[in-house]
Ligand binder design. Structure first.
Ligand SMILES: Cc1cc2nc3c(=O)[nH]c(=O)nc-3n(C[C@H](O)[C@H](O)[C@H](O)COP(=O)(O)OP(=O)(O)OC[C@H]3O[C@@H](n4cnc5c(N)ncnc54)[C@H](O)[C@@H]3O)c2cc1C
Length: 405
């Protein structure tokens, strides 16, 4: 086990941090949660020669990050997530170099593909709906082009002939979130991060106005900085007489998924409609999603969920009727009251939050890791993260207004 004080790396590599640090913790940073978000932050912090421990109550990376489709789309889901677009575009731009470093250091592939996506419209007013969507997206800076249904069917031959309009999102990409998360965990470990599985953090330790560590499996683990990245479970972690929900009021939003193995054709692009999406994997499977359900922490796969997903999938590609169903699953997205992530320092010294990524945590992992790296090392929140402050949920705070407007 590495501790603060073990000589690793040159102190000159971390001048800001070293000068601020009181060395009160056994670790420089303890991260609660080893999903893609926690692991990516650990990976970035370890590059600065910090002593980082990641605590996960199960095998890391087996919650929402395991369940995701892996679309890397900066297009907003609706009005609440419009404020997320600049951060999403920034993260998408960071993806190629992030993945290159992770793949090189882990020796594992992530199946990152910088391929555009198609959106298909079916209603009689399809072209008008498509053109309205294009006008909105262009204002936000996301790359989108109208294309004919024939052109869409040249790109993905199996798309239904019943489509009435199509659009081409030229700057999107995709990744296999399971491969990516495993690769990030492995790369972080190679950088010296200590990953502990089967360790449940029940509460955070507090001394006055400082957070000094975590209580995990009845063991006190001290650290100078504590980052809560426990996905939709973040809000339930104890914090004195309250919980972390004071800063991270996370809400689990269930999403069900189906993996299909088609016979007689392959797909190369993400194809979606307003009812669902299809994401190809390198091995020929097609991942079909999804549902958005407020079902508490219940991760059941339901008949109604499967019905909804398959209906949308077959509308997009009728030939999937003959596909084999090879896997079904569900996962819990870390939702928040305003549908925006929660990033940066709390007003308790040493306590930072990185959660609430809802439907975009795979996309936002590189920029989240960069923001938290900067918060820890420079001791200040980067400007691009200000509206995602954990303080916005506190009554009377000006951040509350800016984030919800
Ligand atoms: C069906 C579905 C499809 C999705 N598709 C996409 C997509 O296409 N693109 C995209 O960008 N995003 C997508 N998402 C969203 C994305 O998966 C999440 O936003 C992201 O994975 C969140 O990562 P995380 O690390 O914060 O949380 P998680 O992956 O949930 O990780 C949290 C970790 O914390 C651990 N933990 C929890 N409580 C404790 C505790 N008390 N002590 C210790 N450890 C604890 C858990 O075991 C877990 O490993 C999808 C999500 C779902 C469910």
């Amino acid at each position: 086990m590495r501790r603060v004080g073990d000589a690793r790396g040159s102190p000159s590599l971390r001048p800001n941090f070293a000068s601020n640090m009181k060395n009160t913790g056994a670790y420089d940073v303890a991260i609660v949660g080893g999903g893609l978000i926690g692991s990516s932050i650990a990976f970035e912090l370890a590059a600065a020669k910090l002593h980082v421990i990641v605590l996960d109550r199960q095998a890391p990376g087996r919650e929402a990050s395991w369940a995701a489709a892996g679309m890397l789309s900066p297009a907003p889901d609706g009005p609440p997530t419009v404020q997320l677009v600049p951060l999403a575009l920034e993260s998408l731009a960071l993806y190629p170099s992030f993945v290159a470093r992770v793949e090189e250091e882990s020796g594992q592939s992530t199946d990152f593909v910088g391929a555009a996506g198609l959106e298909i419209f079916y209603s009689a007013r399809g072209e008008a709906e498509r053109d309205a969507a294009i006008a909105d997206h262009r204002q936000l800076g996301t790359a989108i082009e109208p294309i004919t249904v024939e052109a869409a069917r040249n790109i993905e031959k199996s798309i239904s002939p019943n489509a009435s309009a199509a659009a081409w999102f030229s700057d999107e990409a995709r990744v296999d979130p399971r491969l990516l998360t495993d690769a990030v965990i492995s790369a972080a470990q190679r950088r010296g991060v200590e990953m502990r599985s089967g360790v449940e953090v029940t509460s955070l330790l507090r001394e006055g106005d400082r957070c000094t560590g975590v209580m995990a499996n009845n063991e006190k683990i001290a650290a100078r900085h504590i980052i809560v990245a426990a996905g939709c479970f973040s809000g339930g972690i104890g914090l004195g007489s309250e919980t972390v929900a004071r800063f991270a009021p996370t809400i689990p939003i269930r999403g069900q998924m189906i993996a299909l193995r088609p016979s007689g054709f392959a797909m190369r692009h993400v194809v979606r409609s307003e009812r669902g999406y299809l994401v190809p994997r390198r091995d020929g499977r097609i991942i079909a999603g999804t549902t958005l359900e407020d079902a508490g922490f219940e991760k059941r796969v339901t008949a109604a969920g499967m019905h909804k997903i398959l209906e949308a999938a077959l509308e997009l590609i009728p030939a999937l009727a003959e596909a084999a169903v090879v896997e079904t699953w569900s996962g819990l997205r870390p939702g928040t009251p305003d549908q925006l992530p929660i990033l940066g320092p709390s007003n308790i010294d040493g306590l930072l939050i990185a959660t609430g990524h809802y439907r975009n945590g795979i996309l936002l992992a590189p920029v989240t890791a960069k923001i938290l790296h900067d918060c820890v090392l420079a001791g200040e929140t980067p400007a691009n993260a200000a509206i995602f402050s954990p303080l916005r949920f506190q009554q009377g705070n000006r951040h509350a207004t800016s984030a919800r407007d």
